[in-house]
Design a binder for this molecule. Structure first.
Ligand SMILES: Nc1nc2c(c(=O)[nH]1)N[C@H]1C(S)=C(S)[C@@H](COP(=O)(O)OP(=O)(O)OC[C@H]3O[C@@H](n4cnc5c(N)ncnc54)[C@H](O)[C@@H]3O)O[C@H]1N2
Ligand code: MOO
Length: 416
């Protein structure tokens, strides 16, 4: 197999890696039909059409009186409540009591708010004349029956669910959920169930798998949990084969660096193709991407570094955009970045795009400020836990001083 020579000599820029990842993955095609109530967060595979007009009829936007014609004096001839329309047609000079959302009776051409009218027996007196069309919501002004209301490819958010429900769409066809196989690699890793007293020297809890599982769960991705594997090429190979055969993507953590027990890349190259390794990102330099072909199709392979902060930063910055494309929702993902003023100096050496962990807030003067969330080692989880944003420092920048303006990227799902 051939590797881009730039990968061997230097480090691949993060933006280039993202673009390459997006180019490499092909969105899912299989679909399923679900009740609307189960579809939030899923990607619509077929456009959805309104089953009814919205609003379904001309109706009132206010509690008050529906009037027929001009003038300031009207005779009250009935009422129209939401769910209980007035049956007759109004003649000029007549009005009915009406509530918000209630159907406008035939002949009514304007509505006056009750605050602007006085009732005297059967007579309604307006404080000032109402304009034609005032406070009337027209049938179909939101959407018309049969109109396409949500396009294919939309990741359904709460507002989409509200619209579809209002328009009478009770079932939708969505792309099936992505399936990810997850496994950790390392002799030192122990399952979380192990009592602390039973840990040997250098043993650690397999926290990455738990964190990655939580992150994928937040994204409504099905997880096939393949546990932790020792630093043994045979066992890693068997686990990769199982992962490849059971999932659309395989996510591993650990064993992608250059240590003597780092077998992940070797096994990847044996079973498939290594497409990307060593990026100009901090933390997360040894991030690995490749493919594991199977009898039918392919499973995409993401090898995250073992260091816990590196694993999550690379998941968020590199894997997620690819997953969004894979599950068909590429264009709906908005990643917000802003600027904030640094409250403390930051150390950085040029060479890698740095995602430091920070805590941002508005100070008493309304200024967006950010402070570092403590020491920045890729093994320091307490700072990550305290943080609410990344401080994004350009690849070639060096140290920063108090008062400098820096780029921040507030945490969004699945980091929140
Ligand atoms: N000589 C070099 N050494 C290292 C380099 C390098 O360029 N040259 N890169 C460093 C960088 S940067 C990183 S990041 C790490 C990544 O190493 P691996 O992906 O091979 O990960 P491991 O060596 O297996 O583990 C690293 C670290 O993370 C802990 N770990 C591993 N898995 C888990 C898990 N599931 N849950 C929690 N913690 C985990 C592991 O115990 C190690 O402490 O390599 C550097 N070395
Ligand atoms: O790039 Mo590694 O992820 O610093 O620790």
């Amino acid at each position: 197999m051939t590797i881009d020579p730039r990968l061997q000599s230097g480090l691949l820029p993060v933006e280039q890696a993202r673009a390459q990842l997006l180019e490499s993955v092909t969105p899912l095609r299989q679909t399923e039909t679900l009740p609307l109530e189960q579809a939030c967060g899923r990607v619509l595979a077929e456009p959805a059409d309104a089953q009814v007009d919205l609003p379904p009829c001309d109706n009132s936007a206010m509690d008050g009186y529906a009037l027929c014609g001009e003038g300031r004096q009207f005779t009250l001839v009935g009422k129209s409540l939401a769910g209980h329309p007035h049956s007759g047609n109004l003649q000029p000079g007549q009005c009915v009591r009406i509530t918000t959302g209630a159907a406008l009776p035939g002949g009514a051409d304007r509505v006056v708010m009750q605050e602007n009218a006085d009732l005297d027996g059967e007579t309604v007196l307006l404080q000032k004349e109402a304009r034609i069309g005032e406070h009337i919501r027209r049938r179909g002004e939101d959407v018309g029956s049969g109109e396409q209301i949500v396009p294919a490819g939309r990741r359904l958010k709460v507002a989409d669910i509200a619209l579809l429900a209002a328009a009478g769409v009770s079932r939708v066809t969505v792309l099936r959920r992505l399936r990810a196989a997850l496994l950790s690699v390392g002799d030192e890793l122990k399952p979380l169930e192990t009592p602390a007293a039973e840990l040997g020297t250098g043993d650690i809890y397999d926290s990455n798998r738990i964190a990655l599982k939580a992150a994928l769960g937040e994204l409504d991705i099905e997880v096939v949990d393949l546990g932790c594997q020792p630093d043994d090429p045979g066992q890693i190979r068997a686990a990769f084969e199982k992962a490849r055969d059971s999932a659309d993507i395989v996510i591993t953590s650990g064993g992608v660096s250059v240590g003597e027990a780092d077998y992940t890349r070797d096994v990847l190259e044996e079973l498939g193709q290594l497409e990307m390794w060593r990026l100009a990102i901090k933390p997360g330099k040894p991030f690995t991407f490749g493919r594991l072909p199977r009898t039918e199709g392919v499973s995409y392979f993401f090898g995250l570094p073992g260091n816990p902060v590196s694993a999550l930063v690379t998941l968020y910055q590199l894997v997620l955009p690819a997953l969004e494309k894979l599950r068909g929702a590429g264009d709906d993902v908005v990643r917000f970045r802003g600027r904030a003023r640094l409250l403390n100096p930051i150390r950085k050496s040029p060479g890698r795009l740095d995602f430091q962990r920070g805590y941002t807030y508005r100070d008493g003067d309304g200024l967006q400020v950010v402070e570092t969330a403590g020491i920045q080692g890729s093994h320091i989880l307490s700072g990550f836990s305290r943080a609410n944003c990344f401080i994004v420092l350009p690849r070639e920048s060096g140290n920063c001083d108090t008062g400098d303006w820096v780029t921040i990227e507030p945490f969004q799902k699945p980091l929140t």
